[in-house]
Design a protein around this ligand. Sequence first.
Ligand SMILES: *Cc1c(COP(=O)(O)O)cnc(C)c1O
Length: 299
Amino acid sequence: MNIQLDYNNIILQTISPSWLPDNIRASVLRLDLLHPEVSGNKWFKLRYNLEEAIAQGKTRILTFGGAFSNHIAATAAACRLAGIACTGVIRGERPAVLSHTLQEASAKGMDLHFISREAYRLKNETDWNALYPDAYVVPEGGNNALGAKGCEEICSLVHDTSFTHIACAVGTGTTLAGLINSASPQQEIQGYVVLKGAAYLEHEIQSLLHPATSGATLPHWQLLHQHHGGGYAKVSPALTAFITQFYEETQIPLDIVYTGKLLMGFRQDVLDGMYSKGSNILLIHTGGLQGNPPADAAT
Ligand SMILES: *Cc1c(COP(=O)(O)O)cnc(C)c1O
């Protein structure tokens, strides 16, 4: 596969927002800077899936998402770079006006296939190859073993070995699984869950971890379920105010669905004393900025 993304675009940025005490250090790994269109964790989840599709002789990627899905945006952009056709199966009937995400995906050549919410719920039991014989199917969110494998590369981008904790937003948990599989055993991995009531996630993540039989010692990890801020994609005035203030203090833009909730949850945990003094936390900026409402829509 001949996509060359420049990992040198990714920087590790030390932050010192006003709420961070002097005896706790924090840095942000800026995966959002990887590529203007294929930014963030979605690239890592897609790369081995694209390779596998090509190895199997498939000529199309088929995947799933909602109207604002970062995964749909990244898949459309990555497939265009890889020169492979793609279909996005989109939840819900085709709206009169496409979302910004879907307009962009369509402009990059993705075929949009709208299905009802009921049909969407059955997507994993549907035989998509009956309709699209040439397609390699990537699950929603890039949530499979090859997705997690790609995310194992994220840790290797960081050469500083002094981090005591790695913190990341969790949707499907695929990215977190890759981090757990590749972090040092003495590091603590913290997953900030953005969905409400997602108790099934522990089990899903467990299923993506390297089997204990490999002899590898995995780091300790936990999911933090109290920072979803009302549920998936729910935005409160407190969240938008936090994102604005964080940008003013660090120049780092955050998205409203994932990284805003990660950082706001992290601030809460710091203020609550969850991170002991001397902690050095690596926060993963997984991207997602394409999903933010355009500035003029805020008014
Ligand atoms: C999709 C996404 C996540 C969630 O990743 P999972 O691997 O599904 O847990 C986190 N952050 C951003 C910006 C995303 O787009």
